[in-house]
Design a protein around this ligand. Structure first.
Ligand code: NAP
Length: 255
């Protein structure tokens, strides 16, 4: 029996990185997976991979910063799969890395629109379906940057701090509906987002070696490290866990 057998899961930003591995893990453990992303080709490839090992998945184009799109896509997912049990609010961007006094309002708003409003819109639109299903697990991707500071990406830090506390408020609000809400706080994980960020800063390999040295465990993490945590929170194994923050960071925040 799979760990999420019979459940229906939505993953935002599911085409690449942590979202992609999460889609694969959820499908391998028996969930029907709605893979959603703004990247159509890559998203479709994820569903093809899932179908390749006998899993059940469908791709939907979804920009989480557009509420009407979220509403339409979630209605269609519910119609296609019959219910919704799991939402992984994973879509996110790192945004600009400049000191606060050099950031424009537009640059600030772009990060907030995806990382914060995206989580708000998806949570808001999924609650009625989860109430109807009678259970739910919402997993929000925050970050170690939502817990501790560093002298870079100020809007990203603010957005991930917001996601951390939004998670706890929603956990409180929806516990009576049997809907659990938890946040996951990855440390540095090797994904296209991290690679692109390092490229924008200069030498990717040198950047990776520098990041490796920041973890007590001696290296940065892989998408599997995070997807395993998400899978636990999505499954009934975590039935007494809500409002919690799961830090997966190779010991970075243990300092
Ligand atoms: P990633 O490799 O960039 O993958 C994220 C996916 O989301 C991409 O396909 C991206 O498309 C998509 N996306 C961007 N904007 C979107 C939007 N408006 N609507 C829907 N999808 C959108 O990122 P990742 O590293 O796997 O990160 C996943 C989550 O974990 C993010 O919330 C991130 O903040 C968090 N996180 C990551 C790390 C890390 O070290 N990687 C650490 C802590 C937390 P594009 O490629 O076109 O942008």
């Amino acid at each position: 029996m799979g760990r999420v057998e019979g459940k229906v899961a939505i993953v935002t930003g599911g085409a690449l990185g942590i979202g992609q591995t999460t889609c694969l893990f959820l499908a391998k453990e028996g969930a029907k997976v709605a893979v959603t992303d703004i990247l159509d080709k890559e998203g479709q490839q994820v569903t093809d991979k899932i179908k390749g090992f006998g899993g059940l998945a469908k791709f939907w184009h979804l920009d989480v910063s557009k509420e009407e799109e979220v509403k339409k896509v979630f209605t269609d997912i519910n119609k296609t799969f019959g219910k919704i049990n799991i939402l992984v609010n994973n879509a996110g961007i790192s945004g600009v890395s400049k000191p606060t006094d050099e950031i424009t309002e537009e640059e600030w708003d772009r990060v907030m629109a995806i990382n914060v409003k995206g989580v708000f819109f998806c949570t808001k639109q999924v609650i009625p379906y989860m109430r109807k299903t009678g259970d739910g697990s919402i997993i929000n991707l925050s970050s170690i940057y939502g817990i501790v500071s560093a002298p870079d990406v100020p809007p990203y830090h603010a957005s991930k701090g917001a996601v951390r506390i939004m998670t706890k408020t929603d956990a409180f609000l929806y516990a009576k509906d049997n809907i659990r809400v938890n946040s996951v706080h990855p440390g540095f994980i090797w994904t296209p987002m991290l690679e692109n960020f390092l490229r924008s800063q200069g030498d990717v390999e040198a950047g990776r070696r520098m990041l490796d040295s920041l973890q007590p465990i001696g290296h940065i993490g892989e998408t599997e490290d995070i997807a395993n945590g998400i899978l636990y929170l999505a499954s009934d194994e975590s039935k007494f866990v809500t409002g919690s923050e799961l830090v997966i960071d190779g010991g970075y925040t243990a300092k």
